[in-house]
Design a protein around this ligand. Structure first.
Ligand code: PLP
Length: 397
């Protein structure tokens, strides 16, 4: 008996293997510094938990509409619209069990098998997986390192587009690079999308996970709203990763299709969790701001400690909770060619656990620099300093 051949095209998040290696090392009695986790070790604000308990007490335990409960769709339409200078109604909102399902549902809605979709590489690995799984061809586009972070290689991006290209996945405030487009860069991506009549998935998972300045959405650029779907998630801003709550925010025609996919896939997102979402958006925002303050302190500690290690360097991102650290110098000094070997040796020598560039898409021809990703969302400030101090001692020994 053979399983379906399409499963050969389904990718995964190989970063979970890093968790496994870290857990095994920890189980052998070693201290592990978990910089690999793209998760938060901070609790969901109490009022949100309470709202869920009240919803269960009130019997909100049955099915609800496939697109989500109206109070949550209304709240999302006004909140997401107001923060981006856009006008949305409940008909544009399709509640999802997390932000991640929006990726595959967007692709199912806009891509025919055989068509091409542009996606960032390094980038969130599920884009590539879902494009290929649904029979498309992924076109990875790249970034270049700058003194202040990472910028899109716009010429390369433009050169990839063919008549078969139907969509672009764009993740400003990017995982893993923490890249943030300048206004000009974002305009250029929007111009390409319009010139080539592309659909756009704007993955805005980190739109409100920022420490200074303000986020812009590509969807706010004239001519973009009608071709774009926003991936919205409660996971990061409200420390709700395990609750599985997010939304697709889309033009009516795409929202209706995604609703139909919801009906087929999960009927509806967990009913009482949606009431917690209403509280998250409409309730007191102070706990979410406090959460960001904690993360800002961690970012500052991590950036300082990384840049104190010879052969490592990182810019200081204004958003997300990742540092994409150039480790080329340290690897050369320690005699490593392979970043996976470097990561494994670092874990076994210092307990510091992290993902590498390899966990974020297939490396592209011509890449000469080596990178690791440090997530500071799942590790306390003291541990950040201690772990990176150990890494420094190992690199300089
Ligand atoms: C860029 C990006 N998009 C989407 C997601 C999915 O978020 P969720 O946990 O809400 O499914 C993540 C999660 O880490 C992410 O980093």
């Amino acid at each position: 008996m053979l399983l379906a051949s399409r499963l050969d095209r389904l990718g995964t998040e190989t970063a979970f293997a890093v968790s496994q290696a870290a857990a095994e090392w920890g189980a052998r009695g070693h201290h592990v510094y978990p910089f690999h986790l793209g998760d938060l070790n901070l609790p969901t604000p109490a009022a949100i938990v309470e709202a869920m308990n009240v919803a269960i007490g009130n019997g909100r335990t049955g099915y609800c509409p496939a697109a989500g409960i109206t109070p949550l769709r209304d709240a999302l339409a006004s909140d997401v619209g107001a923060r981006r200078g856009l006008s949305y109604g409940a008909e544009n909102i399709v509640v999802q069990p997390g932000g991640k399902p929006v990726i595959g549902k967007f692709i199912q809605a806009v891509m025919e098998p055989g068509e091409e979709v542009l996606y960032p590489n390094p980038g969130y690995p599920i884009y590539e997986s879902q494009i290929e799984y649904f029979g498309g061809t992924g076109l990875p586009y790249r970034y270049v390192e700058t003194p202040t972070g990472f910028a899109l290689d716009l010429d390369h991006l433009a050169s990839l587009i063919t008549p078969k290209t139907t969509a672009i996945i764009y993740n400003d405030l990017q995982n893993p690079l923490s890249a943030e487009s300048s206004a000009e860069e974002m305009e250029a991506v929007a111009e390409l999308a319009q010139r080539h009549d592309l659909f756009v998935l704007s993955d805005e998972a980190y739109f409100e996970m920022r420490y200074s300045g303000s986020s812009r959405s590509i969807v706010s650029i004239p001519g973009m709203q009608e071709r774009s779907v926003i991936l919205y998630t409660f996971s990061k801003k409200f420390a709700m990763t395990g609750w599985r709550l997010g939304a697709a925010i889309a033009p009516r025609s795409i929202a209706d299709v995604i609703t139909k996919i919801n009906t087929n896939d999960e009927s509806c997102t967990t009913h009482f969790v949606q009431w917690a979402g209403v509280e998250a958006i409409t309730g007191d925002q102070a706990p979410s701001a406090a959460l960001r303050d904690v993360l800002r302190h961690r970012r500052d500690a991590a950036v300082e400690a990384v840049n104190a290690i010879p052969g490592l360097h990182t810019a200081c991102p204004h958003a997300t909770f990742y540092l994409f650290v150039n480790v080329t110098g340290a690897m050369g000094a320690l005699g490593f060619d392979d970043v996976a070997d470097f990561a494994s040796a670092a874990l076994h020598s210092t307990g510091v656990s992290f993902c590498t560039r390899r966990h974020f898409g297939r490396p592209q021809p011509g890449e000469s620099q080596q990178y690791i990703r440090l997530a500071y969302s799942g590790i306390d400030e003291f541990e950040i300093r201690e772990g990176l101090g150990r890494l420094r001692a190992w690199v300089t020994a």
